[in-house]
Design a protein around this ligand. Structure first.
Ligand SMILES: Nc1ncnc2c1ncn2[C@@H]1O[C@H](COP(=O)(O)OP(=O)(O)OP(=O)(O)O)[C@@H](O)[C@H]1O
Ligand SMILES: [Mg+2]
Length: 260
């Protein structure tokens, strides 16, 4: 059943997306095998990630929680190819990334990954709609289909009325909604969210997490969410607790269904 108001445009978009998702067998989307990341600064050696082995299946909503400096952002950066492992091996959809060139990673980020940051990182000189269109333009898409898709996702995040506003003319929660629309506009398979509620008050933070949950649940996207917030992590299917660059414990949670 659609979680959106019957007959609304957003409900129609939802139905169209459902047709796209299909019922393929669940596969492993992200695999870390004994992955370590060590930073060298001057004479210091800093361990960002320490022999992490983990699998995240397609469609999982997975949270990583832990204190500052435990390696959460490092883990996400490796999945996006923004940083490379010092040792171990990372697989995306079962394919080893160890021989990926920087062009390969650029293509992966452009086509398969959407990233949501704590500080939103919208482009200040562009309107909300132009920010959301940006990933499509990077992919070489042009014309009416871009505009249609941008309108669809702005409606999904309830930001249609603010589409001509620049980021400085939006509240923090609204900016994060636009950032979320930008992260999903190109239908990426993987969403990486690094403290997406960190700059928001608890109510707006909770709204953003529920919205993220409802979008990815219905579009079968895989989410890796890193957070300090126990409340945010509660939206996940399961939570990995991290400490000192390692995954310590995994807690599975009751499935959370948004909107029936
Ligand atoms: N480019 C870098 N050079 C050197 N050390 C780094 C670098 N990036 C991260 N680190 C170190 O690696 C460790 C893990 O950092 P990371 O950013 O992953 O932590 P985090 O869990 O995301 O923390 P926070 O919750 O504060 O964002 C920290 O000790 C950090 O100082
Ligand atoms: Mg971090």
């Amino acid at each position: 059943m659609s979680p959106f108001p019957p007959g609304s445009r957003v409900a129609l978009v939802y139905v169209a997306e459902q047709g796209r998702v299909g019922t393929e067998k669940q596969m492993t989307m992200v695999t870390f095998k004994q992955v370590s990341k060590v930073y060298k600064r001057g004479g210091d050696i800093i361990t960002g990630l320490d022999r992490v082995t983990v699998e995240v299946a397609e469609g999982d909503f997975c949270a990583f929680i832990g204190p500052s400096g435990c390696g959460k952002s490092t883990l996400l950066n490796l999945v996006a190819g923004l940083d490379l492992p010092t040792s171990g091996e990372l697989f995306l959809e079962g394919r080893s990334t160890s021989r990926f060139t920087s062009d390969d990673w650029t293509g992966i980020r452009r086509d398969k990954i959407g990233i949501i940051f704590q500080a939103f990182h919208l482009i200040p000189g562009l309107t909300a709609a132009e920010n959301v269109a940006f990933p499509l333009l990077l992919r070489g898409e042009r014309g009416a289909s871009v505009q249609t898709r941008v309108e669809e996702v702005l409606e999904l995040v309830s930001m249609t009325a603010r589409r001509h506003h620049r980021p400085s003319e939006l509240s923090g929660g609204e900016q994060q909604r636009v950032a979320m629309a930008r992260a999903i506009v190109h239908r990426p398979q993987i969403i990486l969210a690094d403290e997406p509620t960190g700059n928001l008050d608890s109510q707006h933070g909770a709204e953003i997490i529920l919205l993220l949950r409802s979008l990815v649940q219905h579009f079968c996207q895989t989410v890796l969410l890193v957070t300090h917030s126990v409340a945010a992590a509660e939206a996940a299917d399961y939570v990995w607790a991290m400490k000192d660059g390692q995954l310590v414990t995994k807690t599975s949670q009751q499935p959370l269904t948004v909107g029936g």
